[in-house]
Design a binder for this molecule. Structure first.
Ligand code: MN3
Length: 201
């Protein structure tokens, strides 16, 4: 069955002023849509069409680059729209807060380490909070790779991702990626992150 572009679960303007409406519209309707279209084209009439997206990504070294780039692009953006949203608390609570404190010492240290991963990813890519063998870890991947992929530098299940491609922030922030990262903390949906964490441990 062909993949479809998931509807954004809030308005394009819902993340203002931290992520602007025009960026959200172009990012979702054009960039994410293109990954879905190109993924469908890459797997059409092949055995890959019968596998789940996660199965494709976990064994991505066996598949064409178009599946790596567009399958990763679809998975990563689907996750991204879920882990951001309006009315962010600004900080985690409950089980995810405890797990972050255990893994990184405290929330401020976690934010610094995550921001460092996002800032130092050269060129296009993603910063991740992911679960590996039950523990939270921070890492980054280039392009549309992610920690599910067998050929990635980091391995685990993503629970929070930050898109640091310029298309994610350039209209509002231009070259100031650190300012975009600072805005990101205002729109993280920690309830969604908690659900992903509980499913991954
Ligand atoms: Mn993107």
């Amino acid at each position: 069955m062909a993949y479809t572009l998931p509807a954004l679960p809030y308005d394009f303007s819902a993340l203002e002023p931290h992520i602007d409406a025009l960026t959200m519209e172009i990012h979702h309707d054009r960039h994410h849509n293109a990954y879905v279209t190109n993924l469908n084209n890459a797997i059409k009439d092949t055995p890959m069409a019968d596998l789940s997206l996660e199965d494709l990504l976990r064994h991505i070294s066996k598949y064409p680059a178009a599946v790596r780039n567009n399958g990763g692009g679809h998975y990563n953006h689907d996750l991204f729209w879920k882990v951001i949203g309006p009315h962010g608390a600004g900080h985690p609570s409950g089980v995810i807060a405890t797990a972050i404190d255990e893994a990184f010492g405290n929330f401020d240290t976690f934010k610094e380490e995550f921001a460092k991963a996002a800032t130092t990813r050269f060129g296009s890519g993603w910063a991740w909070l992911y679960v590996s063998e039950g523990k939270l870890k921070i890492g980054s991947t280039p392009n549309q790779d992610n920690p599910l992929m067998d050929l990635a530098e980091v391995h685990g299940t993503p629970v929070l991702g930050l898109d640091v491609w310029e298309h994610a922030y350039y209209l509002k922030y231009q070259n100031k990626r650190p300012d975009y990262i600072a805005g990101f903390w205002h729109v993280v949906n920690w309830d969604a992150v908690t659900k992903l964490y509980l499913a991954a441990i």
